[in-house]
Design a protein around this ligand. Sequence first.
Ligand code: ATP
Length: 435
Amino acid sequence: MAILDKIVALAKRRGFVYPGSELYGGIGGFWDYGPNGVELANNIKRSWWQAMVHDREDVVGLDSAIIMNPKVWEASGHVSSFTDPLTECKVCHQRFRADQPDEIEAHTDKHRHEGQKSVAWTEARQFNLLFRTFVGPVEDNSSLAYLRGETCQGIYVNFLNVLSSMRVRVPFGIAQIGKAFRNEVTPGKYLFRVREFEQMELEFFVHPREATERFTYWKEERLRWHLSLGLQKDHVRFRQHESTERAHYAADSWDIEYDYPEWGWKELEGIANRTDYDLKTHGKWSGKDLSYSDPLTNERYIPFVIEPSVGVSRLFLALLIDAYKEDDKRAFLQLKPSLAPVTAAIFPLVANKPQLVEKARSVYHFLKKHFVVGWDDRGNIGKRYLAQDEIGTPWCVTVDYDTLKDDTVTVRDRDTTKQERVSIDRLKEYIGAKL
Ligand code: ATP
């Protein structure tokens, strides 16, 4: 079985990811995060927020609305040109992105294997990715609105609000985590290309003179963060966009790519120098002055924007792939302990001895105040270890008959499977230090 198939199966079996609306046959490009998945995703987001906002002095957070005045998307160019080239297979009328030759080729080959001699494709046409909806009780052009295609527009339209309400001075950044929606022509590759996803975006405003230097800084900083989560060094790399590839307004654009099994190197995060394009454009369309006046030099200018942007689901998938380990005895997720959905799982040795269960419950309730802990009293201990291994729980704590005599428990390490005897009054420090 290919590694990706194993991960998809494990993610479903262990409550990480379920197909969206599975009960009704699913819906392409939408996935649901189960109890363990939501914990992992929250830990990823928390780590990003910590690194991008709380650990810094020059970044503030924001949470803007998903639905905005449609003029935002007209000004940004999304209504007219947030498009992908679409081509249709003339045999089965399935539609694909014309700029993804590997997908076109695979589909053509599929028909050839089925015995089709000639497989023709329609001329490519531009397909807009914005999801449309209507605001209020009347559905016409005056109530037309869009689900946001990227989170950053909410940041640009709040630039003046943040400037006037917070004690910030350029250079500074605004960070946001939130849902984005794209009606992708061909969603697929599991969590890689979906139609509803979360972005973690920073818009960092700088003096145009400093843009190149700041760009280099953020590139390095972002790679450092991905490595700090445990992604393997040889699975990530930088790739600079060709001038033909990048948006017309971007002065420079690089991707941090991840080497996904089967699909190869693909964009995990994009880092762009968006120049003064966004603030200039919104200034023009809104008629408001979005320039910045430096209080020290009195210089007035429109700041440049450096943007690192990463999708939660692409990173979630990369982390699962990197963490997945197996040998002849077990499969386990070697997640960084602070990312694991459960930090420690507590087991009474057997479930039918009230004294053991009571003692284990007291350990469970005590640790729950400090960490995310799980409880399992079903089946034999070996099976419980295997279940926790598959969700990446770093430590399993077993309460046994010796515990009743000397107040010590067995702590079993996920990676080495080694067991250690630890006294209950040291347990919190023991786990805290390792975490
Ligand atoms: P791609 O070329 O792969 O479609 P993009 O260049 O359009 O991606 P951006 O607009 O730069 O992507 O979005 C920033 C980040 O948002 C990407 O690096 C990716 O992590 C994430 N992202 C974009 N589109 C999707 C999607 N359909 N599903 C999941 N994540 C996405």
